[in-house]
Design a protein around this ligand. Structure first.
Ligand code: GTP
Ligand code: MG
Length: 159
């Protein structure tokens, strides 16, 4: 088992990565968000899985290319897979932030993405503003690394 677990947050600009990290740390929605949160390590004794978790914020600082990538999953998932070792599966958590702004669940949007990318371990709808599902989100990320379920369904292997 690894000694610590690194949890990088990537997304198209302004999705709320920095706000999510700051809400997790201060248990309060930040009124003024910097572009990027400082790297932090959540100590083992306050995480459910008892593993120190290093959280790394990536600023969108978006090029027009990233900004235009309509559904960010089509941009980020192939990019992450390109940059990682082919034999080591990187479990992904698909996060839908700003759930306070939508009345209905976005399951119709999420399910096709989960079917398309088998590396997505879990999806979670959350709100940095309402502090909804924030600690859960980082818990799912820990769990995905420590106890990956592996893909339950691999469309590409189907005849
Ligand atoms: P970049 O670093 O520029 O890529 O952006 P980011 O993904 O770090 O987003 P950031 O945390 O800077 O948030 C962008 C804007 O969305 C800010 O105005 C936040 O206040 C707002 N925001 C973040 N999370 C939420 C949320 O859960 N609900 C609502 N309503 N607004 C949010
Ligand atoms: Mg940011």
């Amino acid at each position: 088992m690894s000694d610590s677990h690194t949890c990088p947050l990537v997304s198209t600009a302004k999705v709320g990565k920095t706000s999510l990290i700051m809400s997790l740390v201060s248990e309060e929605f930040p009124d003024d968000v910097p572009l990027r949160a400082e790297e932090i390590t959540i100590p083992a004794d306050v995480t459910p899985e008892r593993v120190p978790t290093h959280i790394v914020d990536y600023s969108g600082n978006a090029t027009d290319h990233t900004r235009r990538a309509g559904l960010c999953s089509d941009h980020w998932i192939p990019l992450i897979n390109d940059r990682t070792d082919k034999d080591s599966r990187v479990p992904l958590i698909l996060v839908g932030n700003k759930s306070d702004l939508v009345e209905h669940s976005s399951m119709e949007t999420i399910l096709p993405i989960m079917n398309q990318y088998s590396d997505i371990e879990t999806c979670v709808e959350c709100s940095a503003k309402n502090l909804k599902n924030i600690s859960e989100l980082f818990y799912y990320a820990q769990k995905a690394v420590l106890h990956p379920t592996g893909p339950l369904y691999c469309p590409e292997e189907k005849e």
